[in-house]
Design a protein around this ligand. Structure first.
Ligand SMILES: [Zn+2]
Length: 354
């Protein structure tokens, strides 16, 4: 059976990418200056980057990128090392590890808040439109279309509740618990296949119980953030299942491993992948790895790629380089690099499906 995978990149959500990378650390600083939130990030910025959130003019300050801030913490943890807090007396290594994790939690909380805030602004209209069309041709019921994304937002879930409330979602992961009320429930059998390979704003992982919870609402939606993370079974602090966009992506989480394996198995059976709002950046080697495995290890030789990543005013040189990236990786004959946008695909998706 012919089927198509639709890959939703940052450009299909318009809420991640450049603005997030550039603004997030500044937002944390401003949030501390005005509301006293993110105290650990503020301390980290002071001690490691010389930024005084209470005294400095934040508009004139040059901030480190999100990648730099979280990358230092990720690498220290990966290497089993700690960072010395230069200005704090009596600070020992245990404190340092603990505080670094708090900094990381605050950054991820702010990222969740930011993505959720902007994805509410950004109406999920495109997703609704796409799902309506697919649903009207019963393509969702027959599993002729599956979805993959590197985004964490809940845009597709929101659209699905409007278009097709009874449809279940198969995330490729077994949730031990589901909190809250929604018409749809996750499933591992039938259902719309939707693989969120970097996690989701509403997934929480308990490292003590070794299970995963689906909250239906973003982790940042509770004002009492820390309390909302506590596992009701063992009282440990649950961790968000969000892999930040760093170069040191840890795919070691067992639940993300399950998503990954299910995604790979599903991709091996599709005859086409439609990339939306995704530029196939050099840094995303793990996504290329997933795609190449699916392209080469398959029963059916048919595998084609269609790309929708255009927008008005896009630099021609950027588009050309992108086309070359896609063609050199998947093969000249396989790739149809349209000069069309995600919105254009959504308006008329059927000709591009197999
Ligand atoms: Zn627990």
């Amino acid at each position: 059976m012919m089927s198509t995978a639709i890959f939703l990149g940052a450009g299909a959500a318009k809420v991640e990418g450049a603005p997030l990378q550039n603004e997030l650390v500044k937002m944390c600083a401003r949030s501390f200056q005005q509301l006293g939130r993110c105290p650990n990030v503020a301390g980290y910025l002071k001690d490691f980057f010389g930024i005084h959130c209470l005294q400095d003019d934040l508009e004139k300050t040059t901030f480190p990128t999100f990648e730099e801030v979280i990358g230092l913490i990720d690498l220290a943890e990966l290497r089993g090392e700690t960072l010395r807090w230069p200005l704090v007396e009596g600070f020992n290594a245990d404190n340092s590890i603990h505080t670094l994790r708090l900094v990381r939690d605050e950054l991820i909380f702010m990222m969740s808040w930011f993505i959720d805030y902007y994805s509410q602004e950004e109406a999920s209209g495109s997703y609704e439109c796409l799902l309506s069309t697919l649903n009207s041709r019963t393509l969702l019921d027959r599993n002729r279309v599956i979805f993959l994304t590197s985004n964490y937002d809940l845009l597709l879930e929101k659209a699905l509740s409007k278009v097709y409330a009874s449809k279940k979602i198969n995330y490729g992961v077994d949730f031990a618990r589901v909190e809250g009320e929604k018409l749809w429930r996750p499933t591992l059998n039938a259902g719309l296949k939707f693989y969120k390979i970097h996690g989701s704003l509403d997934w929480l992982y308990c490292t003590t119980c070794n299970n995963i919870l689906l909250k239906y609402v973003p982790i940042s939606s509770s004002l009492d953030y820390t309390n909302s993370l506590i596992c009701t079974d063992c009282l440990s602090i649950r961790e968000p299942v969000i892999v930040p966009p760093t170069y040191y992506k840890s795919m070691s989480n067992v639940f993300l491993g399950s998503v990954w394996n299910n995604a790979e198995n599903a991709l091996r059976r599709v005859t086409r992948v439609v990339f939306c709002g995704y530029s196939l950046p050099d840094a995303d080697m793990h996504i290329k790895y997933l795609m190449k495995r699916a392209q080469t290890n398959r029963a059916s030789p048919v595998f084609s790629v269609v790309v929708f990543n255009h927008y008005s005013g896009k630099d021609e040189r950027v588009a050309e380089e992108e086309e070359v990236r896609y063609k050199r990786f998947f093969g000249d004959k396989v790739v149809d690099y349209t000069r069309k946008s995600f919105e254009e695909f959504v308006a008329d998706p059927l000709p591009y499906l197999t």
